[in-house]
Design a binder for this molecule. Structure first.
Ligand code: ADP
Length: 504
């Protein structure tokens, strides 16, 4: 819609005027005559100023401006119409418009010649800046918000041009590097590089030029005081509105603390490793001492006996001495085997496993475990036709000896001393061995810790037998557990996987 005085009262403008006006229809268009009166008032002007055209036609356009701008407008208009000169004429000026209801709003006003440089009839174009200003305000707000984020960030954030000049520098950068914004802006980024790292800049910038970011790159940078700092750097390209890379933004994180923590952790784990080695060595030596104690004691006994017998005038004594020496030799061999097995076990080598009848293995272990035990009623309850087990015989015997000796020890103060060693099949897949005693029993608290190394209640105990026994049984795929004996005392039982075939 284009509102104007009746055509007859219009100066003889050609159609170009209408084209111009129509093209500018989103903006308000007014024509001002030589006496400053509005002679054309476009539809856009009507909605902008909320006047109908008939209310303004013939009036001065100053009525459409906020009071402070009226005089200036009039002066400009007069000067322009007289001399063709005006400050901002043709390019326009930002000022406040005034609506019919008195409300004011920002406008951009352009005064120009009428058609054919007709200065007597001026063309005034009015652009409503309300939305633009709103956008600008939002923009400014967003910028302020982003700036606040950048400024309050913990990481140093800076930007640089493609030729490596620093263009922005946040507060964290000031703290991290020690340079104030004023002294670093415009400086080359390489000022932050130790000499041996300067080559990195070219690599990073080559990637940036290709539009590729460099992320979490760990390196070293220099503080103003020359102190090197461990940092993690992320560099991303900055593009202009056309998408061309014009610079780079850099986020620099101080990782000194993390590096220190890593170093501390490394030292700590090295120390821990050392401790573990020492502990393991302690464990191994304790285990060796524990396991060898029994055959060594036996050897000592046998050799003592042999010594006495040799000194005896009795002719039969010689044979007995020879037997004792044989037994001592057997024990020595056994000690050797124990050492070998322990070494294999510690080195986690596969031990020598053979198919064995668990009943036979148990029977063999009995005298070893009961050496020196007195007044103990021993019952063997061996289940017939058990499936064989694939075991390291010496190791399983060690377990049995441990359990038997513990049972004997536990019954030392007991009135009733009954030991039952039993074997039984379990679910067709396992063979179980149990050692039941009527000894002192195990408290709940102790039961929880019993299988840990160095847990002992005995004066001369090492607390290692059960720990080793459990390891041996588990290495065989079985379980060693403790079951309270309801009639007092304890039951230790272990299972071993049964194999399919039967032993003759
Ligand atoms: P050690 O015999 O050197 O103490 P073990 O690991 O063989 O080491 O046993 C740990 C502890 O478990 C023993 O000191 C004892 O207190 C307890 N214990 C083991 N077997 C029995 C048992 N049959 N009855 C009661 N307590 C037992």
């Amino acid at each position: 819609m284009f509102h104007a005085l009746p055509r007859s009262s219009l100066p003889p403008w050609d159609d170009t005027l209408f084209e111009v006006v129509l093209a500018a229809a989103v903006n308000g268009v007014m024509a001002i005559d030589d006496r400053g009166r509005i002679s054309v008032f476009s539809g856009a002007c009507e909605s902008m100023f909320q006047y109908r055209h008939e209310e303004v036609l013939g009036h001065g356009a100053a009525m459409l401006l906020a009071a402070p701008f009226r005089e200036e407008y009039e002066a400009t208009r007069r000067l322009f119409q007289k001399t063709g000169e005006a400050k901002n004429a043709g390019t326009g000026r930002e000022l406040q418009g005034r609506r019919k209801d008195g409300s004011e709003f920002p406008i951009f006003l352009t005064i120009s010649d009428g058609p054919h440089s007709n200065r007597q009839m001026l063309l005034v174009v009015v652009q409503d800046l309300t939305d633009l200003n709103h956008d600008r305000a939002i923009h400014a707000e967003q910028r302020a918000f982003l700036a606040a984020i950048v400024d309050s960030a913990n990481d140093a954030i800076l930007s640089k041009t493609l030729d490596g000049k620093i263009t922005s520098w946040n507060r964290a950068a000031e703290t991290l590097f020690g340079y104030s914004t004023a002294e670093i802006i415009g400086a080359p980024i390489t000022r932050l590089f130790p000499e041996d790292r300067i080559g990195e800049e070219a690599d990073i910038m080559n990637r940036i030029r290709a539009g590729v970011a460099t992320e979490h790159y760990e390196t070293v940078r220099l503080r103003k005081d020359g102190k090197p700092i461990d940092v993690s750097v992320t560099v991303s390209p900055i593009r202009d509105s056309a998408g061309t890379v014009i610079g780079a933004s850099k986020t620099v994180r101080d990782i000194t603390e993390r590096k220190l923590a890593e170093a501390r952790l490394q030292t700590l784990s090295a120390e821990l490793f050392q401790v573990a080695r020492v502990t393991e060595m302690g464990l191994v030596s304790a285990a060796i001492a524990h396991e060898l104690n029994q055959p060594l004691t036996a050897i000592l006994n046998y050799t003592n006996v042999a010594k006495h017998l040799i000194a005896s005038p009795d002719p039969a004594a010689k044979t007995k001495a020879s037997e004792a020496v044989d037994k001592a030799r057997e024990q020595a061999q056994r000690a050797g085997q124990i050492i070998q097995r322990l070494r294999n076990f510690v080195e986690k080598r596969d031990s020598t496993r053979t198919l064995e009848d668990i009943n036979a293995v148990t029977e063999d272990a009995l005298p070893l475990g009961l050496t020196g035990a007195r007044a103990i009623k021993t019952t063997l309850a061996l289940a017939p036709n058990l499936q064989p087990v694939l075991i390291d015989k010496v190791q399983i015997q060690q377990v049995l000896v441990n359990l038997l000796r513990n049972a004997v020890d536990a019954m030392a103060q007991s009135q009733q001393r009954e030991l039952t060693v039993a074997t039984a099949p379990v679910n067709g897949a396992w063979v179980q061995v149990s050692v039941t005693d009527t000894g002192c029993g195990v408290s709940l608290e102790l039961a929880e810790r019993l299988f840990r190394p160095f847990v002992t209640t005995k004066a001369g105990g090492m607390g290692i037998g059960l720990a080793i026994s459990r390891s041996i049984i588990e290495a065989h795929g079985g379980r060693l557990s403790l079951v309270p004996n309801p009639s007092g005392g304890t039951v230790f039982q272990f299972t071993l996987p049964a194999t399919k075939c039967m032993v003759d």
